[in-house]
Design a protein around this ligand. Structure first.
Ligand code: PMP
Length: 403
């Protein structure tokens, strides 16, 4: 265990970093910059929960096509959504997603608008018409919000609610008393604000499982066939804001009531190949680049998971070794790989922490206003170096300030 006795002069104990096998004491002292070189502005490590960092190579590649796509003389921001160029982009984005997530035939991949929150409404609007109720698992702010929206449209049965323990864990399977007649079971795989994440899918029998995977889709492999609907806004792990990915089973698409307006109608949207109205062309283009990066540079989701696990372990290990100086919000077994939420002993130390971190180009670490504290969102595109730098900073800050 690390010793956090205040020493005045900080002599870092590097064991924790060396333990993780991807860092040497010498390397960590190199002030790694992730900015573009030349006359471009430097970039910082942005720990925002979303919009979040994108891979630098993706930004550089998309930049090339902002003014003029070679051979076409038009910007990617100007081309028609019916053009051959965009048709290839959206088809490739879908093909990449199908490869990465091993999406079986029998599922549609939709690129929609309205953010993740429009799905909070579209799902009950589509599936609660029959008068059936839906089972909702409330593991944090976002699932609570989704259930509230659903209640305006139909019958909601809250099957588990973590509010009394301040949403610091997800339920175990035996805590879930599910209705085998429900229209669907709804959960949020990763609660961005509280930093709690389901380690595996809840077992729901034959009832369709619906998942808001906005803040963890593509962070690890998963079994799409376990889901009826899997959806995610893009601005965390998949691309820029403006597009929402919806992966939905064919038989559920077919259940869409025909009198729903076209843009709220899964069947119309699937039939129209997500081009019923003008889609967010540029966001889908960047999504294609991000999925290219995941496939070609990272090497797929198994490898992405390994990297994400290492990044998360580094921060949780510093927290756990701090003798309570840092207090993780999530309980062991529910800790998120993507959002590490923690507190410092008091507001004053916390403010100092945020100010000092920002001076070291570690930004957007303030927790959500509803829960306070700090939060490091370490999505796929956050470089390992950024997490190493944060871990080192956390260690040093605690060494100096722990009582
Ligand atoms: N669900 C989760 C888990 C989220 O983290 C967020 C956004 N932070 C949303 C839903 C809402 O997404 P949007 O702003 O795209 O509606």
């Amino acid at each position: 265990m690390l010793d956090f006795t205040p020493v005045g002069l900080v002599i870092p104990d590097w064991q924790i970093f060396i333990k993780h096998g991807f860092i040497s004491p010498i390397k960590i002292q190199i002030d790694h910059k992730i900015g573009m070189t030349g006359n471009m502005e430097k970039r910082v490590y942005n720990f925002s929960p979303g919009p979040a960092m994108l891979p630098l190579s993706v930004l550089e590649e998309s930049q090339k096509n902002v003014v003029s796509i070679p051979g076409l003389g038009q910007s990617m921001l100007e081309i028609s959504h019916r053009s051959k160029t965009f048709t290839e982009v959206i088809e490739q984005a879908e093909a990449n997603l199908r490869t990465l997530l091993k999406i079986p035939d029998g599922y549609r991949v939709l690129f929609l608008q309205g953010g993740a929150q429009l799905q909070f409404a579209m799902i009950p609007m589509t599936f609660l018409r029959s008068g059936k109720s839906a089972d909702y698992i409330l593991s944090g702010t976002w699932s609570k919000k989704a259930s509230k929206e659903a209640k305006t449209l139909g019958n909601v049965n809250v099957v588990w609610n973590g509010e009394s323990s301040n949403y610091d864990h997800v339920p175990s399977q035996d805590e879930l008393k599910l209705d085998s007649n429900a229209a669907y079971v709804y959960h949020t795989s990763n609660e961005t604000i509280q930093g709690v994440q389901f380690q595996t899918e809840p077992e729901v029998g034959d009832v369709p499982l619906v998942c808001d995977a906005s803040s963890d889709l593509l962070c690890r492999p998963l079994s799409v066939e376990k889901y009826g609907i899997l959806y995610a806004c893009a601005q965390k792990n998949i691309g820029p804001a403006g597009v929402t990915l919806v992966i939905i089973r064919d038989d559920l698409v077919k259940q869409t009531p025909s009198d729903l307006p076209s843009l709220l109608n899964y069947s119309v949207l699937a039939e129209g190949k997500s081009l019923v109205n003008t889609p967010p062309v540029f966001s889908i283009y960047v999504m294609k680049l991000v999925t290219d990066w995941l496939l070609n540079d990272i090497g797929g989701l198994d490898r992405m998971l390994e990297i994400n696990q290492k990044k998360a372990d580094l921060l949780y290990d510093v927290i756990d070794a701090s003798n309570g100086f840092y207090d993780a919000h999530a309980k062991q077994g529910s800790r998120s790989l993507m959002n590490v939420a923690f507190r410092l002993p008091n507001e004053q130390l916390q403010d100092g922490f945020l100010t000092e971190a920002a001076k070291q180009d570690l930004v957007a670490l303030k927790g959500h206003r509803s829960v306070g504290g700090c939060r490091a969102s370490i999505y796929n595109a956050m470089p390992v170096e950024g997490v190493q730098k944060l871990a080192k900073f956390m260690y040093q800050f605690a060494s100096v300030n722990a009582q």
